[in-house]
Write a protein that binds this ligand. Structure first.
Ligand code: BGC
Length: 744
């Protein structure tokens, strides 16, 4: 996929021409004859979405059906492309059938907030990255995340969100990890499922993407992923299975890559056999943008809607294929049924979006709350944190534009910054390839916490000058960033732009150095031993600096725990370099991507992703999955397991001086017959504890999380035998053990 054209050449005058061409959505259309809903029995809300969809379908002509299974083109995404009337200027648009009272589907990219608000001078909340939100391990935060997206989509006139990224972190350098939810299928599946449920709770159609195994950006349209079926079902696909089970999303977006020889959007195994048959998915499969490669094969193998729809696979060619009998008419009906039933199910027909002013304050508060639960305290030597408001302290704030803002992820996940990029404010939408900083200033909020301290900022471009300021201060806080975006992977886990040298220079000048990370995913930290504090705040969103200052000064006790393993080096990963990355980098304008010839990518690690890989290969990471510190301490005791109910009980006690929240984790190792050499996350609970307080945590084990996928039987199987159940504070700190006996 070539994205160099995104927004390029979209001058203000061409934009106004575009705006003039288009109307403002069906519900705003002036003077149009409204359909007589009294003559539309499918408008009866008492009927099921399936019944209602069938009633509409029975009235539709072949042309109307064809119209629903493809979009109207690149529209606003590509300079000069026409914009269909009724489009809301989002990433995708399907025309409605007005005579039947069926609105169009206006799709908003919304991985971390609604994209492309700027072209209509609208506002959207930038949420923390979903990888950050996953570090909250808080399903309620996931739901809130989705509801913010749903709420703001509705207010902007969109009735479908195409966020919901869920490719697990097989490749920690993947440029889109910040749009996903980490390396564990259960945690990622639950968090993304809750997110998609939150979207739908606002009467907006939800989506989960990119299905499947789109685990790196390098060569994403040509890479053929090879992974044995058992591993696939127990890792990448399990995440989707869990999320789809929770959310019953309106759509699943198939990905660009190939899996076992077939493109994901025409892959019978992925779409027909697994998604629709095994998981009973009732929504529709929408293609990623230009990820469709055929008409008959894609239609027969499970694709329901081609987007953005300019490839013409699902327009006249599909009509002809239906007329010729190459694609049965019943299959086309099934595509349309799936789309219609999802519209009724989400409520976009009964409760269409109503344009309103997005509430930026509510959005910021929600974003800040999620950020406060997402920030992970990785190191706190000598209790350097929390900081105290103290007039005698002087604080050096160094680097990463921490005087004015926080960094965000790019590509189709970019949300327009209020007023433009705070370090380079320009009118118009955020360019595709640019690194954007949002106006949430760490300097300002740190100053506000300790107004009488001498807090000074230096940009960190000159290590010597930064070290000089650090030396003359009582404390130094260095901000480091790893900007990432769609289309490009990080070449290594190292921080870019020599930032390691900056941290080392500052740490050498001042022993009281704290590093704040704003990264898309895991990074290496060669200086970890030389600094006293390390705080990972991901891409923290529009309330990021407020959340950070609350954590740094102890108004909020950190509770986040890593949803990804942080390796010590690239050499520890299954692939020491990103496969395909050695190929030529092509830069066109502000777009940079790798020109790669088609290649096979065999995932020999199987289901051993992240912490499972580290355990299986006996490697010690820098920071393990599930790890995160608090300003208080917790003790674990008394694990028991009840075989009959498959419930584990254990006690967590707050042994410190402050109130805090512990994410208590439960892992399980399967019996030897499973031939598996790692533990699996099987459950967790966020436990709020006052100082000295104890609580019993009870977690009932979900058999799916303990099962293996038996490829001979093509089914999940819970093996009989002894399961080792472990409880503790992270994947590598499980002090409690017990045995669960599963009878044959
Ligand atoms: C991305 C999708 C996105 C679509 C529409 C593609 O490049 O992979 O995630 O939804 O563009 O913008």
């Amino acid at each position: 996929m070539e994205f160099s054209a995104f927004f390029k050449g979209l001058t203000i005058s061409s934009l106004s021409a575009v705006l003039a061409l288009a109307s403002f959505g069906p519900q705003q259309a002036q003077g149009q004859k409204q359909p007589d809903t009294a003559k539309m029995p499918w408008m009866n809300k008492a009927l099921s979405p399936d019944q209602r969809a069938d009633m509409v379908l029975s009235q539709m002509t072949l042309d109307e059906k064809i119209q629903m299974v493809h979009g109207t083109g690149w529209g606003v995404l590509r300079a000069g492309d026409p914009i269909a009337p009724g489009s809301n200027f989002g990433a995708g648009y399907m025309l409605g059938i007005e005579r039947l009272g069926i609105p169009g589907i206006n799709m908003a990219d919304s991985a971390v907030g609604i994209r492309m608000a700027a072209i209509q001078s609208r506002y959207a909340t930038l949420l923390p990255s979903t990888l950050g939100a996953a570090a909250s391990w808080d399903p309620d935060a996931g739901f809130l995340y989705g509801s913010v997206i749903g709420r703001e989509a509705r207010a902007q006139g969109f009735n479908m969100s195409i966020g919901g990224g869920l490719d697990i972190t097989r490749e920690p350098r993947n440029g889109r990890n910040f749009e996903y939810a980490g390396e564990d299928p259960v945690l990622a599946g639950v968090m993304t499922g809750e997110l998609a449920r939150g979207v739908k709770s606002e009467h907006v159609m939800s989506d989960i993407k990119h299905y499947a195994l789109n685990d790196q950006e390098t060569g994403r349209t040509v890479v053929n992923v090879l992974l044995d079926k058992r591993s696939m079902r127990e890792s990448d696909l399990l995440a989707f299975e869990i999320a789809i089970g929770i959310a019953k999303p309106s759509a699943v977006m198939c990905s660009y890559n190939l899996v076992d020889g077939d493109h994901a959007c025409e892959n019978d195994y992925l779409l027909n056999q697994v998604l629709k048959k095994d998981w009973g998915f009732k929504g529709f499969v929408v293609s990623d943008w230009s990820a469709t490669h055929s008409t008959v094969k894609a239609a027969l193998n499970g694709l329901d809607q081609d987007m953005p729809g300019d490839d013409n696979y699902f327009s006249d060619p599909l009509k002809k294929a239906v007329e010729d009998g190459q694609v049965p008419a019943a299959r086309l009906d099934n595509m349309v049924h799936r789309i219609l039933r999802s519209m009724f199910d989400a409520g976009v027909i009964d409760n269409p979006p109503v344009r309103s002013v997005v509430d930026p304050f509510r959005g910021r508060d929600d974003a800040q709350h999620i950020a406060e639960e997402s920030i992970v305290l990785l190191k706190n030597s000598g209790d350097i944190l929390p900081l105290k408001a103290d007039p005698s302290t002087s604080i050096a704030i160094i680097g990463s534009h921490a005087d004015v803002g926080v960094v965000s992820g790019g590509g189709s996940a970019q949300v327009d910054a209020p007023g433009g990029n705070v370090i380079d404010p320009k009118p118009g939408p955020s360019p595709w390839g640019q690194t954007i900083y949002f106006p949430s200033s760490p300097l300002r909020y740190i100053r506000a916490k300790s107004p009488q301290s001498n807090v000074q900022y230096i940009d960190g471009k000159d290590n010597t000058a930064a070290a000089r300021l650090a030396k003359s201060s009582s404390l130094a806080i260095v901000f480091v960033t790893q900007p990432m975006r769609e289309g490009v992977d990080a070449p290594t886990l190292s921080l870019p732009d020599n930032q390691d040298a900056l941290v080392e220079a500052v740490a050498a000048a001042n022993p009281n150095t704290i590093v704040v990370l704003e990264t898309g995913g895991p990074v290496t930290m060669p200086w970890a031993q030389q600094v006293k504090g390390i705080v990972e705040m991901w891409y923290p969103g529009i309330g990021g600096a407020q959340a950070l200052s609350n954590i740094l000064f102890g108004d909020v006790n950190p509770s986040g725990k890593l949803a990804v393993t942080f390796a010590k080096s690239d050499a520890q990963l299954p692939h020491p370099t990103v496969p395909g990355l050695e190929a030529k980098v092509k830069t066109t304008g502000d777009d940079q991507h790798h020109e790669v010839a088609p290649f096979d990518l065999k995932y020999t690690a199987g289901a051993a992703v992240g912490y499972k890989w580290f355990e299986e290969t006996h490697k010690q990471p820098l920071f393990p999955f599930g790890f995160g510190l608090s300003y208080t301490t917790f003790a674990y005791s008394s694990l028991t397991v009840d075989d009959a109910t498959r419930t584990a009980h254990f006690t967590v006690k707050n042994t410190g001086q402050r109130e805090g929240t512990e994410i208590a984790q439960l892992y399980v190792a399967l019996p030897p017959a499973a031939k598996e050499h790692f533990k699996r996350l099987a459950g967790w609970q966020r436990v709020e504890l006052a100082p000295g307080e104890s609580k019993t945590v009870s977690l009932t084990l979900n058999p799916l999380y303990l099962s293996i996928f038996d490829t001979a039987k093509d089914a999940w199987q819970l093996l009989p035998g002894d399961y080792k159940v472990m409880a503790g504070a992270s994947s590598s700190d499980t002090p409690l053990n017990a045995t669960l006996h599963v009878q044959p």
